[in-house]
Ligand binder design. Structure first.
Ligand SMILES: Cc1cc2nc3c(=O)[nH]c(=O)nc-3n(C[C@H](O)[C@H](O)[C@H](O)COP(=O)(O)O)c2cc1C
Length: 192
């Protein structure tokens, strides 16, 4: 039996490029796993082709900046537009995970990640958390200490080039973890 290539789609919105950097790191992490094809999918404009790529994915990693304590309006528009797929439970048993960026240290990022988990749960998806203990130094993975997903933080007066390397490595770790889980699930299905 030939092993199937598992597909991971990083579905994200970014207003000013900070979340794009997290998305790229997440995608690179997922793509580094053998047997996995990973791609970026921006949610600014939702085309039929993008919906088809999401429908075909084994795993989706949701990404958005935290705006006003939640995901961005563009991400919310995407989430609402999935309601037809929710009605048909078309994404049931796909793997899901998420990441977000903010300007403040907390910035209420947790609320954005919780919003993603509820979206995934409504679709019957399997949420993959971040299995990293909180970092104890600015340079350590998961320095912001989240468990639900990857968090990035960049002060409001700095551009995307100032994103923390530790946060980008944390995002890459999440990408690899999601890819590993999607592979496991895919192989388990093939062996049934
Ligand atoms: C409309 C708006 C609302 C924001 N709300 C928050 C917030 O609630 N908490 C926070 O820490 N930062 C907030 N920020 C800062 C962004 O989260 C931060 O700059 C982030 O890195 C932007 O990511 P992006 O470049 O991908 O859009 C807000 C920024 C904007 C433009």
């Amino acid at each position: 039996m030939t092993a199937k290539t598992v597909s991971v789609v990083v579905a994200f919105h970014s207003g000013y490029g900070h979340t794009t950097r997290m998305a790229e790191a997440t995608c690179d992490g997922a793509a580094s796993v053998d047997g996995v094809a990973a791609e970026l999918l921006t949610l600014d404009e939702l085309t039929e082709d993008k919906w088809a790529r999401l429908d075909a994915a084994d795993a989706m990693i949701f990404g958005s900046p935290t705006y006003m304590g939640s995901a961005s309006p563009q991400f919310h528009t995407f989430a609402h537009a999935t309601s037809g797929r929710w009605f048909a439970q078309a994404w049931k048993d796909k793997v899901a995970a998420g990441f977000t960026t903010s300007g403040a240290m907390s910035g209420d990022k947790l609320n954005t990640l919780q919003y993603f988990t509820i979206l995934a749960a409504q679709h019957g998806m399997h949420w993959v958390n971040l299995d990293l203990p909180p970092g104890t130094a600015e340079t350590e993975l998961n320095r912001l200490g989240g468990w639900l997903g990857a968090m990035g933080r960049c002060p409001g007066d700095q551009g995307p080039e100032a994103m923390s390397e530790a946060d980008l490595l944390t995002a890459a770790h999440l990408g690899r973890r999601v890819a590993d889980h999607a592979l496991l699930l895919s192989r388990a299905r093939l062996s049934i």
